[in-house]
Design a protein around this ligand. Sequence first.
Ligand SMILES: NC(=O)c1ccc[n+]([C@@H]2O[C@H](COP(=O)([O-])OP(=O)(O)OC[C@H]3O[C@@H](n4cnc5c(N)ncnc54)[C@H](O)[C@@H]3O)[C@@H](O)[C@H]2O)c1
Length: 270
Amino acid sequence: MSYNLLKGKTGIIFGALDEKSIAWRTALRCHAEGASLILTNAPVALRMGEINKLSEAVKAPVIGADVTNMDDLKKLFEGSMKHFNAKIDFVLHSVGMSINVRKGRQYTDLDYGFNQKTLDISAMSLHRVLQTAWELDAINEWGSVVALTYIAAQRVFPDYSEMADAKALLDSVARSFGYHYGVRKKVRINTVSQSPTRTTAGSGVKGFDGFIAYADKMSPLGNASGDECAAYCAVLFSDLTRMVTMQNLFHDGGFSLTGVTESIIQQMEK
Ligand SMILES: NC(=O)c1ccc[n+]([C@@H]2O[C@H](COP(=O)([O-])OP(=O)(O)OC[C@H]3O[C@@H](n4cnc5c(N)ncnc54)[C@H](O)[C@@H]3O)[C@@H](O)[C@H]2O)c1
């Protein structure tokens, strides 16, 4: 069911790789809620071709951009404003990648070259996106920016490795830029801390099956799905949440505030 929450709004969605991607689910939801969209991803992801299916489904052009490349980001925002003949109302940053995890390097054995790339792609890219928009004055007043994050920014999940540091940095950028953009343009910036979700990026974490089952048992409502995350993002892009900014918002079925559940205790007693 949709509510026309985003009727007449324009948005840019970063990070739809395949139909499991949180960005993919969010694009479908935003389209159903009446938004007009631009889709973007790294050129290497576009070469997979999957995004063309989404592009057709939500009637949105695709503009490639590597989030670590300022020229790409400038072209993306300029191209989007030209396409809409208007500024942007909302942006979803749904981008993450750990080079050390990919290369099988443990947290205690990081390659710092890889680490810098991880931090740039997964965290400073939010700053790059926001600074580009700021310089081009590309976001409308009362616009909304959401970035996806994970609770490893606050608590230790050993196999999340350097991505924990990337998420802590991402959350901090959202807060700090949220201050400046709020004062200047009433633009709000929040992070959504999502339950573990079966996507390409999610499955990269070692022992993901055990991890996702544990989180499910540790959450009074169970794990939140990608579609449920998409719905939450749509609400955050809507005019119903105009005074929410600089927050890290847990969308995790209650995991973040649960000490233990009966289901876990029963498991331990076996
Ligand atoms: N899946 C989970 O369990 C989970 C939980 C909490 C938060 N998140 C976060 O959600 C976001 C989306 O991840 P997902 O789970 O949908 O996985 P995904 O693999 O579908 O999405 C990650 C996206 O990042 C893009 N990307 C990587 N490098 C890029 C670059 N240089 N330039 C532009 N784009 C680039 C990829 O192409 C991909 O589309 C990430 O920030 C992730 O950390 C995921």
